[in-house]
Write a protein that binds this ligand. Structure first.
Ligand code: COA
Length: 379
């Protein structure tokens, strides 16, 4: 029997603080009019001290589980796409796995910049289709504001923080993820990067002084690249799904710049009302932007049972990709039992995590004592 991977849950999380263009003009040499006319952005969310990539991701993940008939224990895999992980290692996905109590799930981060959510969805869908897993959680989460150079007016106006998550489940019902194309061109690596903090340029006083831990971008080149690949990637994914552009009800593009999305619409000869556009409220949230846009489209009743959608994105790497899917309204709803269990499952997982840490300490003390006594008896 054929297996299909369907999106059955979706959720988002945003930081509390909103930074408007007007407020930005108080410390950056720019204007509301310039930002809106060049990008379409009016405001963005900025993470506060207690808000991190993992905390936003965990919130979005719990919300994404709500409409489904499963709980965190039932997840087999967590893929977290991010450009702003909590650490180089451990993976942010593992922190989320612990926080939400997904005790049977494998977890890893995926780095493909703003295209990461599309890559991650495809990886999870493929794992479901091959029969190796049943349930996956795919998250895009970012705290880009932590890496913005507030003295660089050409980048600091663009980025924002947030998270979005999808639950994917196996089904024998046709539909769900239909096709995906993933592309990369590393010859454009220098166009958009965060140069230091990795193994090539580890953190030093020099890297900090040179602001090499902040986002560096050649805006015009990225703009040209983006307008080229958005339309071509969409066409390729649609063709691979055996569809025509006319069959697509809605395109959910990466929200980087209103003008890039308008240019893609012109390239595809499609009206703008078939594109989701919410960059005005969030700015560019990288891997979170597609699930944030999907969530709003769902909330506004713009996605209907049987609709064909294309998710399309681009980003640093350079990377780009597009994914075609057929939205099938999930039939399985959460049972009362699952809703009840969810109320205590996060508490349970916190207590479980705490106990495991304590046990690991005790184990360390016992092993330490044993190896000391072995050494003493050898002497
Ligand atoms: N406020 C006011 N003026 C600004 C400004 C700001 N925030 N940022 C740049 N400018 C100025 C520049 O200094 C330049 O002035 P000059 O002509 O006197 O030298 C002028 O505006 C034009 O700069 P330019 O870089 O050509 O603007 P642009 O029209 O290309 O817009 C971007 C800049 C960044 C908005 C645009 O290039 C872009 O969106 N690129 C894609 C970025 C992107 O999507 N990145 C993420 C990929 S995932």
């Amino acid at each position: 029997m054929d297996r299909y991977a369907h999106v059955t849950g979706w959720g988002i999380a945003t930081p509390e603080r909103i930074l408007s263009n007007e407020e930005l003009t108080q410390f950056v040499d720019t204007s509301d009019e310039w930002i809106i006319s060049r990008t379409g952005i009016e405001q963005r969310y900025i993470a506060g001290p207690g808000e991190t990539t993992a905390s936003l991701a965990s919130q979005a993940a719990c919300r994404a589980l709500e409409p489904t008939n499963i709980e965190a224990h039932d997840l087999d895999l967590i893929i977290l796409a991010t450009s702003t992980p909590e650490h180089i290692f451990p993976s942010t996905a593992s922190l989320v796995q612990d926080e939400i109590g997904a005790i049977r799930a494998g977890a890893f981060d995926l780095s493909a910049a703003c295209t990461g959510f599309i890559y991650a969805l495809n990886m999870a869908a493929q794992a479901i289709r091959t029969g190796s897993i049943e349930n996956a959680l795919v998250i895009g989460s970012e705290t880009l504001s932590r890496y913005v150079n507030w003295d660089d007016r050409s980048t600091c106006i663009l980025f924002g923080d947030g998270a979005g998550a999808f639950v994917l489940q196996a089904s024998d019902k046709p539909g769900g993820i239909l096709s995906c194309i993933m592309r990369s061109d590393g010859s454009g690596a220098d166009l958009l990067s965060l140069p230091a903090g990795g193994s090539k340029l580890p953190a030093s006083h020099e890297t900090v002084d040179r602001k090499q831990h902040t986002i560096q971008m050649k805006g015009r080149e990225v703009f040209r690249f983006a307008t080229r690949v958005m339309a071509s990637a969409t066409r390729e994914a649609v063709e691979e799904a055996g569809l025509q552009l006319e069959d697509i009800q809605l395109i959910i593009p990466h929200q980087a710049n209103k003008r890039i999305i308008e240019s893609a619409a012109r390239g595809l000869r499609m009206p703008m009302d078939r594109f989701i556009l919410n960059v005005n409220r969030y700015g560019n949230t990288s891997t979170a932007s597609i699930p944030l846009a999907f969530f709003e489209a769902m909330d506004d009743g713009r996605i209907h049972d049987g609709d064909h959608l294309v998710l399309v994105g681009f980003g640093a790497g350079l990377t780009w990709g597009a994914l075609a899917m057929q939205w099938i309204e999930p039939v399985e709803k959460p049972t009362r039992r699952i809703q009840r269990r969810r109320r205590w499952i996060r508490w349970y997982s916190r207590i479980r995590s705490f106990i495991r840490r304590v046990l690991r300490k005790i184990e360390g003390l016992i092993w330490g004592a044993k190896s000391h006594s072995r050494k003493d008896s050898n002497e």
